[in-house]
Structures are given as C-alpha cells and as structure tokens.
Design a protein around this ligand. Sequence first.
Ligand SMILES: *Cc1c(COP(=O)(O)O)cnc(C)c1O
Length: 376
Amino acid sequence: MRKYRLMSPGPTPVPEKVLLKMADTIIHHRTPQFQAVLKDVNAKLKKVFQTENPVLIFSSSGTGAMEASVVNLLSKGDKAIVINGGKFGERFGEIGRAYGAEVIDCDVTWGNAADPAVVEKLLKDSPGVKAVYSTLCETSTGVVNDIKAIAKVVSATDAVLVVDAVSGLTADEFKPDEWGVDVVVSGSQKGLMLPPGLGFLSISGKAQKLVEGSDLPKYYFDLKAALKAHAKDDTPWTPGVSLINGLDTVLDILLAEGIDEVVQRHARLANVTREAVKAMGLELFSERPSNAVTAVKVPEGVDGAALVKKMRDEQGVTIAGGQAALKGKIFRIAHLGYMDEYDTISAIAGVEIVLNQLGFDVEFGKGVGKAEELLG
Ligand SMILES: *Cc1c(COP(=O)(O)O)cnc(C)c1O
C-alpha cells in the first residue's frame, strides 16, 4: 500500500471536508435552495478574488475562462498584446489567433518575468491595442510576473488588462482592484483546492464595455448571458452543482484563515522548498519565483523524466516535469492549496532519494535538514 501524494501545480489535493460536501444530494439548480447557495458563493468569491467586480463561474477547466476572456473582449482584427513567457502565455496567443485577433507577442525568455517597460513600449508602438493578456504565475516556468507594475502601465491606456491567475490565485500576492486589473481568470483545481471542472472570470466595468461591442463568435461562454444571469444569482446553463457545493466549503475555509494569511502560508512553503533544493546543490530555474510552484533545474547527467517517474511510481509523490522545450530540463514541486509542511518535507526527501538513485550525489538530509531548520 502507498499513500498518493499529489504535489503538482494542478490538480492539487482536495480537503476531506470538501470531498464530503461534494457528496451531497444533487438538488435542482432552478430552485430557491440552490439560488441561496449561489448567492452566498458569489459574495464569498469576490472576497477571495479581492475584487468588487462580478466573478462568473463556468463549468469548464481554466482554459474555458481564458477563451471567454478572448472571445468576449475582442472583435475580428483587434490588436491584443500577449505576454508570452511560457506554456500558458502562449495559450492566450493561440486562442487569440484561432479567433482572428491580431496578436502582438511580448516574448519573454522562459524562466524570466515580463519587463513592464517593454509592455509600455509595445503599447506606445501599437496604438489601438484593446487588451493585454498576462499570467500571474506562469506555471510552466514557476515565474510570477510583476502584475502590479504591468497594471500601472496598462491602466494608463484604453486597453484592458486580463490576468490568468489560475495557479497564482491564493498563492501569490494579487490585488486586482487596487492594482487596476480588469479581468481575472482562474480555475478550480489549483489554489482553490477542488477537483478540475470550474472556470472563473471576474470583469471590471471598463472591460464590460468591450463585451458590448465584441463580434467574435461565442455561445457557451457568452459573457452577456453570464452577466445577466449572475445579476440574479443564477447561471445561463446547468451549473456544476457538486463542485459549487464544494466551492462553498472551500471559500469558508479560505476566508476563515484570511487571504493575506493564505498567501503568507504559500510564501513560507515556497521559501522552504527553494532553500532546501539549493542546500542539495541544485539551482532554481525561475528569475522571479512564484509561491505556487518551485521550478528546479535538473542537474547535469541526470535524466529529468526518470526523476519525475521514479518520484511518482516508487516514492508515491506526484511532481511535475518540464513542458515543451523544458521537457527533461526542469522539475516542478508545488506548494499549492491543500499542501502543508510535511507534504513539502516528503517531496524534498523523495527528491534526495531519487537523485542519489540517478547518480547525483546528495548527502541524505541536506535538503530535509534545511527545511526543518526553516520550519522549526
Ligand atoms: C492550470 C493552468 C491553466 C488552465 O489549464 P486547464 O487545464 O484548462 O485548467 C491556465 N493557466 C495557468 C497559468 C495554469 O496553471
């Protein structure tokens, strides 16, 4: 027998209390009983997203909410700047192109954070840009972008700023209203400690004006329909009732702790993980590391894919490898959502064992000792 330890940057483990809540009887969604749940969830979502804007819920993964932020804000041929520093920034560009927007790539070397001055220059050089798309945490590289500085640049123009906070929400500091972020997209299976299946999108008044004029094709993700229903604490289509029940409990857990405190908790585990891998003689990959996930360079001579596989199949710890060009070159340990100190220590211990098996000499306890020192 082996315990399943899920330490990937999505999906993440679900608290037992939430699992039980999702086992509740399915009630009909067009009833005062379910509307009461939704009303409560909608109010609590705003607190967790730290926004006064409506937060819409979709029955989709996070990418559905990303797509909604493209097809509802832009029109055919509209210019949009996409900060592309990894797999998820790239995805915004792919969605934009698929629907006929004119995507202007703000290319960022994978592992680096976007430079707000470059975004400012791109905005100056291409008048008429409707929207700027960025990730908060670029999960594929473990980088957190300086959204506060980017928002300062974008909010001084007519463009709206859309931030993919699928993995960054609740892990990295993020104050959308205070900073001037117009649209935030997220998903259920990361910091929100739920199974995959819900997408979220909050939208400002400035961005709602773009929705009015947008002519890109859409149906399921039509924000006009979603906003109209949201105003009555309803949804246009059948909502994911069980996931929303679970969300109700998750939001209570997060708000009881306090969002700033939740972010601090992630910061602490992220710091412990970074220091522990450095103590093992490894190098971090990210220039500006996120609190959601730590990306580590696979040392010379070690098979990165084998490391991830042995961690999963022999140690029972599911971490993530590198994606696309980073395949085999990095591995990623999450500290996101329902993961605690002892999960972090388990992952560090597993990495020490597996690295030794793969021929990289790490003195046992180097990383674990550093973690204990910082946590003790
Ligand atoms: C996980 C993730 C997504 C969404 O991916 P889905 O598989 O559609 O849920 C989007 N952006 C980032 C930064 C992510 O980490």
